[in-house]
Ligand binder design. Structure first.
Ligand SMILES: Cc1cc2nc3c(=O)[nH]c(=O)nc-3n(C[C@H](O)[C@H](O)[C@H](O)COP(=O)(O)O)c2cc1C
Length: 163
């Protein structure tokens, strides 16, 4: 067995938080076929050919059991005007999509209508990543529009600004 050093997870989380990330809501259907979603800062582009993207999800997140089944999903990139949606999808709720404008996509999972980009995906692979799973999606359709991205940095929401 590998002897791992004890890590202060709060300090590690704060250190990770020094790198700004974009904010996305990954939408999918729950077991009952209702739309739901989860806020992620771990979304990243991965490959152009094939068209792949990824995000990581804590194994103890409620939605992790859905993703491990290999269901289709949509990554919705949020604008800075949609910070409230980021918090809404980061909290457990009976209906996380309450009051959210949805629209149809190529994978039959709804996207968030007001997102500045969306990537409709079939599950490509699920990898183990410690206390997270790494979900790799094959992008079957995507779109992007105007608007400035929402940025998560040191625990708070920000706008982008040129340097
Ligand atoms: C800005 C932001 C980024 C987040 N990024 C992630 C992430 O990349 N992976 C993750 O597992 N949870 C992340 N979370 C936490 C989840 O959104 C939160 O735990 C959510 O309630 C999980 O939903 P679920 O229980 O329906 O799966 C993030 C939260 C916020 C506010």
């Amino acid at each position: 067995m590998l002897d791992r050093p004890m890590v202060d997870t709060r300090a590690l989380r704060n250190a990770f938080g020094v790198l700004p990330t974009g904010v996305a809501v990954v939408s999918l259907h729950d077991e009952a076929g209702r739309p739901t979603g989860v806020t992620v800062g771990s979304f990243s582009s991965l490959s152009l050919t094939p068209a792949l993207c990824l995000f990581s999800l804590g194994k103890n997140q409620g939605s992790a059991r859905l993703f491990t089944k290999g269901v289709p999903f949509v990554v919705n990139v949020l604008s800075h005007q949609l910070a409230d949606l980021a918090w809404q999808f980061a909290k457990p709720a009976e209906d996380k999509c309450a009051g959210v404008a949805l629209a149809a996509t190529a994978v039959d999972v709804p996207r968030l209508r007001d997102a500045i980009a969306h990537f409709a995906c079939h599950a490509h692979a699920i990898h183990d990543g410690g206390d997270h799973i790494i979900v790799v999606g094959e992008i079957v359709d995507f779109d992007h529009g105007e608007g400035e991205a929402l940025v998560f940095y040191r625990g708070g929401m920000h706008k982008t600004a040129p340097v």
